[in-house]
Design a protein. Structure first.
Length: 298
C-alpha cells in the first residue's frame, strides 16, 4: 500500500511539474504570435484560476469561503501573501518569458530556494550549513553560465530578461515564506484562491480594456491551457503529491518543470540554448538535489 501511494505521489508531482513547464512554453508562444501583453495574461491567469480554486473549495468543503477573513492576523497575512508573494511571483515569471524565453525564466525562478537560505541565515544570525553554502556557490556559478554562456563581455540574455528572471527567483522565495502560517490553519485552496483573486485586482483596468476579438482561436486555447492546466490542475496535482511524498522528494521532482519548458521550447518554438547555458541550467537545478540531502548526511 505504501509503495502504491508513493507511486501515485510521484505521478502527481511529475504531472503537475510538466503542466507548469508547459504553461511557460505556451506563454512564450502566445507572446510571440499575438499582441497580448504579459500584464494582461497575468491578470487573467490570477483572476480565473483564483475564482476556480475558490469555487472548488466552496463545493468540496462545508466551511465558509470568508472564514479566513474573520481573524485579523490571518487577514493581514493573506493580504501580504497576495501582494508581496503571489502577484510579484506571477508577474515576474511571465515578464521574464516575455523578454527572454521559457527555459531560462523557469531555471532562474529556481533560484528561489537560494534566496530563502540567505533570508533565513540573516534572520537567525547564524552561519548556514556547509551544504547550504555549497548550494549557493553552485547556483551562482550556474546562473553566471546561463546568462553569459561563459563570455564575460557579452550577456546571452537581455538585461530585462535577467532582471525579471532574478525577480522571479526572489518572489518565489517570498511566495514560499509568507503563507506558512496560513497553510497551517486553512486549506491551501482557500489561501491560494483568495491570494490569486486579490492579486488580480491591480490588473482590472488592463483586463477590461482589452478586446477579446483580437485573440485568435489558437491564442484562446493557449490562454485556456495556461489557466486550467498550467495553474488550476498543476496546483491540484502538487498538493495531492504532498499527501503521499515528503516535501524534499516533491522538490526534486519539480525539476521536471524547467526540463519540460526547455524541451518544448527547443522542439516547437525554435528556442536555442548553447551547451554552456545548458550546463549552467543543470548547475542551478542540481541545488534541488543538494537541498534534499538529509542534514546528518551533509
Amino acid at each position: 500500500m505504501a509503495e502504491k501511494k508513493t507511486g501515485r505521489g510521484i505521478l502527481y508531482a511529475v504531472t503537475g511539474s510538466v503542466f507548469w513547464g508547459a504553461s511557460g512554453t505556451a506563454a512564450q508562444a502566445l507572446f510571440a504570435n499575438s499582441q497580448i501583453s504579459p500584464l494582461w495574461l497575468v491578470g487573467v491567469r490570477l483572476l480565473l484560476a483564483g475564482l476556480l480554486l475558490l469555487a472548488w473549495y466552496g463545493l468540496a468543503s462545508k466551511q465558509s469561503l470568508f472564514s479566513i477573513w474573520k481573524n485579523q492576523r490571518s487577514a493581514t497575512f493573506l493580504l501580504l501573501f497576495a501582494f508581496l508573494g503571489m502577484l510579484p511571483s506571477q508577474l515576474s515569471y511571465f515578464m521574464a518569458i516575455h523578454y527572454g524565453n521559457a527555459p531560462t525564466a523557469t531555471v532562474l525562478q529556481f533560484l528561489g530556494p537560494i534566496f530563502i537560505i540567505l533570508y533565513l541565515t540573516v534572520c537567525s544570525h547564524a552561519l548556514p550549513r556547509r551544504l547550504d553554502l555549497i548550494s549557493v556557490i553552485v547556483a551562482l556559478v550556474g546562473t553566471f553560465l546561463l546568462v553569459t554562456s561563459g563570455n564575460l563581455i557579452k550577456l546571452s540574455l537581455a538585461p530585462l530578461a535577467l532582471f525579471w528572471g532574478l525577480a522571479a527567483g526572489l518572489s518565489q522565495a517570498s511566495y514560499t515564506l509568507l503563507p506558512k502560517e496560513l497553510l497551517v490553519n486553512f486549506d491551501g485552496r482557500l489561501v491560494v484562491g483568495w491570494a490569486m483573486t486579490l492579486g488580480s485586482i491591480p490588473f482590472f483596468p488592463i483586463l477590461f480594456s482589452h478586446s477579446l476579438k483580437s485573440i485568435s482561436l489558437v491564442g484562446g486555447g493557449q490562454i485556456t491551457f495556461i489557466v486550467i492546466f498550467g495553474t488550476m490542475l498543476a496546483y491540484l496535482f502538487y498538493i495531492n503529491s504532498l499527501q503521499d511524498l515528503q516535501p524534499a522528494t516533491t522538490g526534486m521532482l519539480s525539476s521536471f518543470e524547467p526540463l519540460t519548458a526547455t524541451f518544448l521550447a527547443v522542439a516547437f518554438l525554435g528556442t536555442s540554448l548553447t551547451a554552456i547555458q545548458v550546463l549552467g541550467g543543470l548547475f542551478v537545478l542540481s541545488t534541488i538535489f543538494l537541498q534534499s540531502i538529509p542534514t546528518k548526511a551533509a
